[in-house]
Design a protein around this ligand. Structure first.
Ligand code: 4AD
Length: 466
């Protein structure tokens, strides 16, 4: 955004959007910004009697006319510099006086401003701070300029960086899986079906949008070693809940040589500890702006005190706490605990919970059976207070025969999973893996009610814009 001015070392050019304008009779302060950087430009020559933090007027500012109608020529005409205008400002880079603080250590004085694209002032009030959830969705274009949302989007980037740092340090390779697949991974109920072009233009191939990149990671692992991806997954969810989207960013990893369930759980807990710690460090500035730094520091402590509960323990706890099933009756030993009841349990415990060892009938066919009781699987869902499940994970079934049986009992055709089955015959590295919804984790870290408040372009039933 800052450029030197050829032939004049004392001057600097700033390209950016007009973010705010405060004007008096003979002076005006204009904040010009682009992305993370922002600078104050001072027009006029009157000193502010009591400078406030980050705002003051220089003695020598002056505005010159440049050319035809697309510039500001004097502080009285400052209203031409409407918020949202894209401007080029050329002026003197002047150090801030002692005791005055701003986002830069300098301001621009003796400035001339050239309007490159004029902002329509009537748009300023479309999505003001504190706008309703509906406005924030329907007028997303303007919500992208909201100060709080900008920090949330920065923190989304920080969270991706924190995951990458953890995986790369552990020797995990980032891979790029496809969105189109020929098979389901997480049950037919949430599959997006589509026609993929076939060999002939008249015969399309039936295809799906991937629900998870797990199989892609499993296929690649014997060659490339441990691997991960940060990629979209798709679920045709018909629910309008605050934590479901039809497209979400999925952080997935697959690790080899995981021969005990405890090793898998250790991977998950070291990942959570490292990623939350890194997020706190890299995101410090934005977290402080949002007033969430202390919260995340507290969550980092929680990652060191994780509770492991088997599904059976969780049922027992629900009974103790009188959390009943949807029919109003206490849960049976092998009942699935629905989302609402699960959240109530986790909120009551107020800890990060590793919910482990589920009855095999309600988990995916690829999960390894518990050798101590084959009616359970070695899966682990990570549950956090306020949000519920953020991670689905587990050890992978290693036996060709058992996997074939389980595909058949899930109503699937083993022929469609030829390669996935073959992997169990050669090169299978005793893997475990996990998938984490980035939006759900951000909701937890930033204490946000709805996933729609932390995802740039939320996709859910009935909403596809912008
Ligand atoms: O529990 P899930 O379905 O697990 C899998 O997809 C595994 N194949 C992952 C793996 O082992 N590689 O989904 C994993 C996580 C959930 O815990 C949740 O955080 C997120 O993905 N997720 C969703 N996030 C937003 N909207 C949805 N509709 C989501 N469905 C799952």
């Amino acid at each position: 955004m800052f450029k030197p001015v050829a032939g004049d070392d004392s001057k600097i050019e700033v390209l950016g959007l007009v973010r705010s304008v405060r004007s008096g009779k003979d002076f005006a302060f204009v904040e010009v910004g682009y992305g993370d950087s922002q600078v104050q430009v001072v027009f006029g020559s009157k000193k502010v009697k009591e400078p406030t933090v980050g705002s003051f007027v220089s003695d020598h500012a002056e505005v010159k006319e440049l050319d035809t109608g697309s510039f500001v020529s004097d502080p009285k005409k400052i209203k031409e510099l409407t918020i949202g205008s894209f401007v080029s400002v050329v002026g003197k880079k002047t150090d801030l006086p002692t005791g005055v603080y701003s986002s830069q250590t300098f301001e621009i004085t003796d400035a001339t401003a050239h309007i490159l694209s004029r902002g329509d002032p009537s748009t300023v009030s479309i999505c003001p701070p504190g706008a309703s959830a509906e406005i924030r969705l329907e007028r997303r274009l303007y919500y992208f300029r909201d100060k709080e949302f900008i920090e949330i989007l920065r923190l989304s980037d920080v969270l991706c960086q924190s995951f990458r740092k953890f995986f790369v340090a552990g020797g995990c390779l980032e891979v790029l899986p496809p969105s189109f697949t020929g098979v389901e991974c997480e049950g037919g109920a949430t599959l997006f079906k589509l026609d993929h072009p076939g060999r002939s233009s008249t015969e399309p191939m039936p295809a799906f949008l991937t629900q998870s990149s797990q199989f892609a990671l499993e296929y690649m692992l014997p060659g490339v070693g441990d691997c991960f991806c940060i990629a979209p997954s798709y679920r045709a969810e018909h629910s309008h809940t605050r934590r479901h989207l039809t497209e979400f960013t999925h952080v997935e990893a697959e690790w080899g040589g995981i021969d005990t369930f405890d090793k898998h759980l250790e991977k998950l807990s070291s990942m959570l500890q490292s990623v939350v710690g890194e997020f706190l460090k890299l995101g410090e500035k934005s977290l402080k702006k949002l007033g969430k730094y202390e919260r995340v520091a507290g969550l980092l402590e929680k990652t060191k005190d994780i509770v492991v509960l088997t599904h059976r323990d969780a049922i027992e706890k629900c009974r103790e706490l009188s959390i009943d099933g949807p029919d109003g009756k206490p849960f049976g030993d092998r009942d699935d605990i629905p989302e609402a009841q699960e959240r109530k349990l986790i909120d009551t415990l107020d800890k990060i919970v590793f919910l482990v060892k589920f009855p095999r009938e309600f988990k995916s066919f690829y999960m390894k059976l518990d050798p101590l009781d084959e009616s359970y699987v070695l899966g682990c869902d990570v549950e956090v207070p306020g949000v519920g499940e953020i991670i689905g994970s587990g050890m992978r079934e290693s036996s060709f025969e058992r996997l074939t049986e389980r595909l058949i009992s899930a109503g699937l055709d083993p022929a469609d999973y030829k390669e996935y089955l073959e992997l169990r015959k050669s090169g299978f590295c005793l893997t475990s893996g996990m998938g984490l919804g980035l939006g759900r984790m951000l909701c937890w870290l930033l204490d946000k009610q709805s996933i729609r408040d932390v995802v740039a372009f939320p996709r859910f039933p009935g909403y596809l814009m912008p």
